[in-house]
Ligand binder design. Structure first.
Ligand code: PRP
Length: 216
């Protein structure tokens, strides 16, 4: 079977609404943060379908026996926000995954070379192959940062089929790179934008999500 990268752009009015707010140059930081939280929430809601592990059992209602399905607590669920901008999606993701462990990964792109370097890595030494990993980063531009994050996570034992990415704007170069390197990935994003400009910014994009989140 040939695996193929899957990129979902959920056709949800709340996702469209908050994407518009985030893109608008006139949106102040305080509202931008709200937009990112909401995008994190609704994109995570879509991303965890058929990913969050469940188990079937039997319960008693006040009237009769009844089959029921619950979240399986035995399989670890993890969120990896890529600092800084990925933190802006974390509150929304955590509101749906309150028991998930959060492992921070700090990556920054060199403004000239666009190559990422890692300044913080809180990932554990090893992870169970069945661990469900949700990576949050609002921008997939060249894809270099996401590839660096995936390398760190997969070398710790996680099966790539159990990894989902929540993004906001994704550009074709990133999707091409990820498709070539990690064909079993599932990406959930609010938009696929057209191009990268000469500085490696996504156009039309939403600017620098880290700077807009933190007012820097
Ligand atoms: C931005 C963004 C991604 C990365 C995308 O982070 O949040 O992590 O660039 O670019 P790429 O796909 O070309 O690697 P940045 O390095 O600006 O750091 P920040 O989040 O701290 O602002």
């Amino acid at each position: 079977m040939t695996l193929q990268l899957r990129v979902y752009v959920p056709p949800h009015p709340l996702i469209k609404h908050w994407l518009g707010v985030a893109r608008d140059v006139g949106t102040p930081s305080v509202l931008f943060r709200t937009a990112m939280t909401e995008l994190g929430r609704w994109l995570t809601y879509e991303a965890i379908r058929e990913w969050l592990p469940t188990e079937d059992t039997q319960i008693e209602t006040p009237l009769a026996a009844c089959p029921a399905t619950f979240i399986n607590p035995e399989i670890p669920v993890v969120v990896v926000p890529i600092l800084r901008a990925g933190l802006s999606l974390l509150d929304g993701a955590q509101s749906l995954l309150p028991l998930a462990s959060i492992y921070h990964l700090g990556l920054v792109r060199d403004e000239q070379t666009l190559k990422p370097s890692c300044y913080l890595n809180k990932l554990p030494a090893q992870m169970h192959p069945e661990t469900r990993v949700l990576i949050t980063d609002p921008m997939l531009a060249t894809g270099g940062s996401m590839v660096a994050a995936l390398e760190e996570i997969i070398q710790r034992g996680v099966d790539p089929v159990n990894i989902r990415i929540v993004s906001v704007v994704a550009a074709p170069p990133a999707l091409q790179k990820l498709s070539a390197d990690y064909p079993s990935l599932n990406i959930y994003t609010a938009a696929i934008d057209e191009v990268l400009n000469d500085q490696g910014f996504i156009v039309p994009g939403l600017g620098d999500a880290g700077d807009r989140t933190y007012g820097t």
